[in-house]
Design a protein around this ligand. Structure first.
Ligand SMILES: Cc1cc2nc3c(=O)[nH]c(=O)nc-3n(C[C@H](O)[C@H](O)[C@H](O)COP(=O)(O)OP(=O)(O)OC[C@H]3O[C@@H](n4cnc5c(N)ncnc54)[C@H](O)[C@@H]3O)c2cc1C
Length: 416
């Protein structure tokens, strides 16, 4: 079948790879000059099924109010009168009940665990390299209250069969020797040994080459203007470069997916939740992190990527906004300097922002639409890198009429 994928982020490219492997003739369109140049460019680098949970959780509304007044705040809401933003925030709040949290988390863990297994298989089959490491991740607690509060998370990990270690400060330092200099600031940690790390941009670029070798065509610099409907089918994609026809279409446009679907009467509740990262070259290996450290106080992830440290986090509700305020950079620099002071050269750090395509229930939207030849693979929010391979594989199975290896009935657009 001839398939056109809209979007060459990590989700579009993994979809292309698995669809080509299933024997389809695939073309990928993107407005950028190459793959992974928007949200997939400089994320925090965690492949973290162990931490796969929705942001909408019991207790979050209260915490959110506290965060709004913190100096290095993990959540920023810029004042806006935009109805879509308020609607999305209300939908997110309605997912903060224990029952909805459990349902949403269950879906996310299922997909994230499967995705990690798909990534391992893909790595074995292709030999793909992307500054990856398989040394687990460490959630770091600076207060006793944080450590005492992990009971529920640990229960869920145990119930899901996800291996974990609760560590004292000495255990944290054994896992991350660079923390030895700040042992007085650490109360403990939760380590997930099966989590992985890696550079999403490098992965996506390299996977593009593997996909090309399987016959996929990538067309860059193509601005997609809309989808043309004919009856209950999509006739083609309208682009600045002309009309593109195909048997089937996949929308993998990250935060821009809803705008593409809206003229067709489809509502995808995906909101662009902004995040920031800095990438710092390492100058002192002995002080640098080994893997990912999730600083629970600031909700910031610090990840080792080859000879660089990636520091990423923050959730900003500000619509489609790509400015780079120095105050956010200061928060990221503070977090890494506080724990791994002197490891990197801050003067050479690069600063970036990206728009996480977030659904109110945290689960991505993968599957068919009411138009027989239009599928969606989008809305991966905080975990698009973690869930990319599994999402691509599931989508390819659904399109190819093969039974996916995990339950997918609750992942589609129909749940809204
Ligand atoms: C600060 C930060 C840290 C993060 N950390 C992690 C992490 O540690 N682990 C993790 O798993 N996830 C993380 N994420 C989330 C992850 O990066 C995203 O979920 C993922 O990149 C989304 O991929 P995507 O392919 O859906 O979107 P994108 O990468 O944005 O791809 C969408 C593509 O569509 C194209 N496009 C859009 N509109 C058009 C148009 N009209 N015409 C043509 N092309 C168009 C864009 O050019 C883009 O290439 C983080 C995100 C942020 C912001």
């Amino acid at each position: 079948m001839k398939i056109t994928i809209l979007g060459a982020g990590v989700i579009g490219v993994t979809s292309a790879y698995y669809l080509a492997k299933a024997g389809h003739e695939v073309t990928v369109l993107d407005r950028q000059p190459g793959p992974a140049l928007e949200t997939s460019f400089a994320n925090a680098g965690e492949i973290s099924p162990g931490y796969a949970s929705p942001w909408a959780a019991p207790g979050i509304p209260q915490k959110a109010i506290k965060w709004l007044f913190m100096k290095h705040a993990p959540l920023i809401i810029r004042p806006m009168a935009d109805a879509a933003t308020w609607r999305w925030m209300m939908a997110m709040l309605s997912n903060c009940t224990s029952a909805r949290y459990a349902t949403n988390k269950g879906r996310m863990v299922r997909l994230a665990e499967y995705s990690r297994d798909c990534l391992i298989a893909l790595r074995e089959e292709t030999g793909i390299a992307y500054d990856h490491r398989t040394q687990g991740t460490l959630q770091l607690f600076r207060t006793q209250k944080q450590l005492d509060g992990i009971g529920k998370d640990v229960e869920v990990l145990r119930a899901d069969g996800v291996p974990y270690e609760v560590l004292d400060p000495a255990g944290c330092i054994k896992a991350e020797p660079g923390l030895a200099r700040v042992k007085d600031r650490i109360v403990g940690g939760l380590r997930l040994p099966n989590d992985e790390t890696g550079d999403c941009f490098k992965f996506t670029n390299s996977l593009q080459d593997h996909a090309e070798a399987l016959g996929v065509t990538f067309r860059y610099g193509v601005d997609i203007r809309g989808l043309k409907l004919m009856g209950d089918r999509i006739a083609g994609v309208m682009t600045a470069d002309g009309f593109v026809q195909s048997d089937l279409f996949v929308a993998a446009l990250g935060s821009y997916t809803p705008a593409m679907l809206k003229p067709l009467g489809l509502t995808a509740p995906i909101y662009p939740v902004k995040g920031y990262s800095i990438t710092v070259p390492i100058v002192d290996e002995s002080r640098a992190p080994i893997s990912t450290i999730m600083d629970e106080t600031y909700k910031i992830a610090i990840t080792r990527l080859g000879d660089r440290i990636r520091v990423g986090g923050m959730a900003e509700i500000a619509g489609f906004n790509d400015d780079l305020p120095q105050a956010r950079r200061a928060t990221l620099s503070h977090s890494v300097e506080d724990l791994f002071g002197g490891a990197g050269d801050q003067s050479k750090a690069t600063f970036w922002s990206g728009l996480r395509p977030m659904t109110p229930d945290g689960t991505p939207i993968i599957g068919a639409t009411r138009f027989s030849n239009l599928y969606v693979n989008s809305g991966h929010g905080t975990l698009g890198w973690t869930m990319a391979c599994g999402s691509g594989r599931v989508l390819a199975d659904l399109i190819s009429g093969r039974e996916p290896e995990i339950e997918t009935a609750d992942l589609g657009l129909a749940r809204y």
